[in-house]
Design a protein around this ligand. Structure first.
Ligand SMILES: Cc1ncc(COP(=O)(O)O)c(C=O)c1O
Length: 352
């Protein structure tokens, strides 16, 4: 039995959230040291380029105007979790901003898998982005000829070193509102994250881990890069799409998990009052997975400890996330539990 490597390079994992006084830092982030990972390849416009040489032009409108779309995806034990859903969302975002991606969804998925294979990764964070491409200094998107496509993959912690318990964080309610549908729609996962970044600055200034953003009418929307769930009077609720949220892939899977576990769950508008008086609050996202929020604006949520419903859903999520039927296997010769049965002979993209 051969296990594909990559995980041994994981040394300097940082928390998704900074460690704050009185709170544990939240589990893994993606990255390792750039020096150790200099042998990783990055997909840039159809070629695999050494990490340190991977670049795109300063004339690219992704840089000049944030004109592009992206996805953050994860692989667990050799299976890319919900790859199809992420690729579908990428193409929907691109369609909305009138960016024609010059390859099919199947080709895009294969490019993701091949980049992971070249980097011999089983547990990874994947950043997939498509920009408007190289243009001139003017705004006009018609002057950009070819979209740029970049796929970055980095090792994450191994499933052999699982995070068995959810770790709670604190948050504030930000003064920065999520984008309304008639601006840059909140449903587009675009390269412009300035409202989330401004909200995150407020969290940093307040000495808490994250910021919860409201929609323009003052209803709870989502955190800076995660969707929100509350448990109130034993029932689960999450802000509906008319509350300026992103259609989170993890959010959707958590709704299904909650239903399978027999909870009543609704997608609806939630007031800040309901949030603060909830028995439990947690957020969901690809990188963060499931993170309990124990304090909001200085008030404890419930008893200020990880609640039983959150713990149960977290437990279920950690069980399903590695399953082959939850995503797309990276290696064609992969067994059900993620082990590789024989040395690989996969086809390769051009390497530079
Ligand atoms: C603004 C925002 N909301 C929610 C999410 C969670 O979405 P997902 O579960 O698809 O990662 C993300 C993460 O990408 C995000 O950036």
């Amino acid at each position: 039995m051969v296990f594909i490597g990559g995980n041994k390079r994981v040394k300097n994992t940082r928390g998704v959230y900074p460690k704050l006084k009185g709170m544990s830092s939240h589990k893994l982030s993606t990255t390792t040291s750039a020096v150790e990972d200099s042998d990783l390849f990055v997909y840039v416009n159809g070629k695999l380029v050494q990490r340190n040489d991977a670049s795109i032009s300063v004339w690219d409108h992704g840089l000049l105007y944030g004109d592009g779309v992206f996805e953050g995806i994860r692989a667990y034990n050799g299976v890319v979790f919900k790859l199809k859903e992420h690729v579908d969302r990428l193409y929907e975002s691109a369609h909305y901003i009138r960016l024609k991606i010059p390859m099919s969804k199947e080709q895009m998925s294969e490019a993701v898998l091949e980049t992971l294979r070249e980097n011999k990764l089983q547990n990874a964070y994947i950043r997939l982005l498509v920009t408007r491409g190289v243009g001139d200094l003017g705004l006009n998107p018609m002057n950009c000829s070819n979209p740029s496509i970049v796929i970055i993959t980095e090792p994450t912690n191994s499933e052999e070193d699982p995070i068995s318990k959810p770790v709670g964080v604190s948050a504030i309610i930000s003064s920065i509102r999520r984008d309304p549908v008639d601006a840059t729609s909140h449903e587009v996962k675009s390269l412009n994250y300035l409202n989330s970044i401004l909200a995150r600055w407020e969290a940093i200034d307040a000495g808490v881990n994250d910021a919860i953003m409201l929609d323009t009418q003052g209803f709870v929307s989502e955190a800076t890069a995660e969707n929100i769930f509350i448990i109130a009077k034993g029932q689960l609720a999450t802000p509906s799409i008319d509350s300026a949220i992103l259609h989170g892939v993890t959010r959707q899977r958590v709704i299904e998990i909650a239903e399978d576990l027999g909870y009543v769950i609704s997608e609806r508008r939630i007031t800040p009052f309901e949030l603060i008086n909830a028995e439990e609050v947690f957020m969901t996202g690809t990188l963060a997975e499931i993170v309990p929020i124990l304090k909001v604006n200085g008030r404890n949520i419930g008893p200020g400890k990880v609640g039983p419903v959150t713990a149960r859903i977290f437990g279920e999520f950690t069980k399903i996330r590695t399953k082959t039927n939850e995503g797309t296997p990276i290696y064609s010769n992969q067994g059900k539990s993620g082990e590789i049965r024989a040395p690989l002979q996969e086809k390769s993209l051009t390497k530079i």
